[in-house]
Design a protein around this ligand. Structure first.
Ligand SMILES: [Zn+2]
Length: 258
C-alpha cells in the first residue's frame, strides 16, 4: 500500500468549497492535536480507514491514523468516524484474537461498531450536500446470499457451533437492516428468509433488532455501551461467552470471559 503524509492545511484546502465540512476538521484537529495524522492513499483499490492506536488497554489514544482518498466525501466520512471518538463515543479496543472463535467475535464487534457508527453520522454526512452513494462504504457491499447460506450450513454441521451460526446470522441480518434503514441497497428480506429456514423463532429476533435500532439509544454516547451490550446478549454473541464487550474508561473493550 502506498501512502503519503498530508498536512491538515492540505485537507482544509480540499474541503474549502464546503465550509461546514471544515468545521468538522477543525473540531477533530483541536481535540486530538498532533496525535491526528492524515495520509493519502494512492491505490484506489484500498478503502479509506481510521486506526486508533494506544500503548495499552488503559492508555489514552496516542495516534489516530486516517488514511484517505483525495475526494471530499471520503475525507469527511473518515473525519466523522474520528469525530465520534472526540464526542466521547466508546471505541472498540480489541484483544488480539487467539483462535478462530475469538477472531469471529472480534470481527463481529468491529463490524458492529462500524455499521453503528455509520448509522450515527449518516445524517450529518448528508447535511453537507453529499449523496447516499458518496458514503461509499461496506454498508453498500451486499453480502452474497448463496455463499452465506453455504457457510452457515457448514457451521451447522457441527452442532456445537450452532450458537456461532445464529450469532453470525443475526449480525449479518442486522447489518442489512441498518443498510435498509439508511436507505442503502441491501438484502434484508433475503437474509430474513434464510434465517427463518435455518433458525426457528428468527422473526422475534428480527423484530427485536428493528425496535432496538429505532429506539436509537446507541446514538447517545453515554447510552451506547449498555445499549450495544444488550443487543449483543440478544443476538447471541454474548451468549457464546468467549468474550464480551465492556465499557472501560470510555472505550469498548473486548475481554475474555472464563
Ligand atoms: Zn466508515
Amino acid at each position: 500500500m502506498t501512502t503519503s503524509s498530508v498536512s491538515w492545511q492540505r485537507i482544509r484546502d480540499i474541503l474549502s468549497p464546503n465550509p461546514p465540512t471544515i468545521a468538522i476538521l477543525d473540531r477533530i484537529t483541536r481535540h486530538f492535536g498532533s496525535r491526528l495524522e492524515f495520509y493519502f492513499q494512492e491505490s484506489t483499490k484500498q478503502e479509506s480507514s481510521v486506526r486508533f492506536r494506544r500503548a495499552s488497554a488503559q492508555d489514552e489514544l496516542e495516534r489516530i491514523i486516517v488514511t484517505i482518498h483525495t475526494q471530499p466525501p471520503a475525507i469527511i466520512h473518515e473525519c466523522l468516524h474520528v469525530k465520534l471518538a472526540a464526542d466521547g463515543f466508546p471505541l472498540l479496543l480489541g484483544k488480539k484474537p487467539t483462535g478462530p472463535k475469538a477472531q469471529f467475535e472480534f470481527d463481529s464487534a468491529r463490524s458492529l461498531e462500524n455499521v453503528l457508527s455509520h448509522a450515527v453520522f449518516l445524517d450529518q454526512f448528508l447535511s453537507f450536500g453529499f449523496g447516499r452513494f458518496d458514503f461509499a462504504t461496506d454498508v453498500q457491499k451486499s453480502e452474497n446470499l448463496p455463499e452465506f447460506e453455504k457457510m452457515i450450513d457448514g457451521v451447522l454441521q457441527n452442532g456445537l457451533l450452532t450458537p456461532i451460526a445464529r450469532g453470525l446470522w443475526n449480525r449479518i441480518y442486522f447489518e442489512q437492516l441498518i443498510a435498509d434503514r439508511m436507505g442503502m441497497p441491501n438484502k434484508r428480506n433475503g437474509f430474513l428468509s434464510l434465517g427463518r429456514k435455518r433458525f426457528p423463532g428468527m422473526d422475534a429476533d428480527a423484530d427485536w433488532l428493528s425496535t432496538w435500532f429505532d429506539r436509537g439509544d446507541f446514538r447517545n454516547a453515554v447510552l451506547f455501551p449498555s445499549a450495544v451490550n444488550q443487543m449483543l446478549e440478544r443476538i447471541g454473541l454474548a451468549s457464546v461467552k468467549w468474550s464480551r464487550i465492556e465499557p472501560v474508561a470510555g472505550r469498548l473493550l473486548l475481554v475474555d470471559v472464563p
